[in-house]
Design a protein around this ligand. Structure first.
Ligand code: AMP
Length: 188
């Protein structure tokens, strides 16, 4: 199965994706991680995108589309991808449908992790200490949250129409969320 996981920054997408990928033998495709790798490896793309990421804005749809197509087109990952951080706007959602169709696949579940802005702020400051992500200071976190509200939150309607959407309470403990997500996946 292919799964999309979305939610505001700090909602726990990465943590939950890692858990699901292990438990169900799926591949976690985190566009944020792929982009951060480009920056770390000092590639041409990395230097192009670092200021955008560090400003809490979205990298261009084309760049991210090229990155994910490499995975969707690879037989190793056929029907076993977790899209963690993609799509982030309506254009990307339509593009994902298009790419999956092109490679004879589809989305089976869309998980939305719901959390309040207060929770996000405290999780992000914790993560800043643990992971030292450059885009995780409070000011940029708020910018990323605003980008999320403006561009990504409308996906809720898009996926609601397709009946794929499952909203999970992201305020619960990591284990509780793990269990809820497992149950959802197991009923598919
Ligand atoms: P994340 O690790 O998912 O929080 O992503 C970190 C940053 O990478 C985001 O704030 C964006 O700047 C960029 N990014 C990740 N995924 C996408 C995407 N699908 N489209 C555009 N930019 C993205």
């Amino acid at each position: 199965m292919n799964l999309v996981i979305f939610g505001p920054p700090g909602a726990g997408k990465g943590t939950q994706s890692k858990f699901i990928s292990k438990k169900f033998n799926l591949h976690q495709l985190s566009t944020g991680e792929l982009l951060r790798n480009e920056i770390e490896n000092k590639t041409e793309l990395g230097s192009e995108i670092s200021s955008i990421i560090n400003a809490g804005e979205l990298v261009s749809d084309n760049i991210v589309s090229n990155l994910i197509e490499k995975f969707i087109s690879n037989k190793i990952y056929k029907d076993r991808l977790i899209f963690d951080g993609y799509p982030r706007n309506l254009n990307q959602a339509e593009n994902l449908d298009y790419l999956l169709k092109k490679y004879k696949q589809k989305i089976d579940i869309v998980l939305k992790l719901s959390v309040s802005l207060d929770t996000i702020k405290s999780r992000i400051s914790e993560r800043q200490i643990q992971e030292n992500r450059e885009d995780d200071n409070e000011e940029i976190a708020i910018k990323r949250y605003k980008t999320y509200e403006k561009s990504t939150e409308p996906l809720l309607d898009y996926y609601n129409k397709s009946n794929l959407l499952k909203v999970v309470n992201g305020e619960a403990s990591i284990d509780e969320i793990n269990n809820e997500i497992s149950e959802i996946i197991e009923t598919i």
